[in-house]
Design a protein around this ligand. Sequence first.
Ligand code: CU
Length: 78
Amino acid sequence: MSDTASTPGAAVSTDYTVTGMHCGGCAASVRREVGALPGVTAVEVDVATGRVTVTGEGPADPAAVRAAVAQAGYTVEG
Ligand SMILES: [Cu+2]
């Protein structure tokens, strides 16, 4: 019970707020770039709120997610 770390192999989701997206094309670009990161199994993008949910085999490296979003042409807030 004291182990709050993720179990290896268990899916972990992390939310990011991305600015600059305004349409489905933007969402697709972010989904493609972030989805290509190692260990990432799913990416959900809500253009209206800028919410990007990254699901992976473990917590995604925030720096890698940030870089992937930048690669797509957008910015992770915070
Ligand atoms: Cu767009």
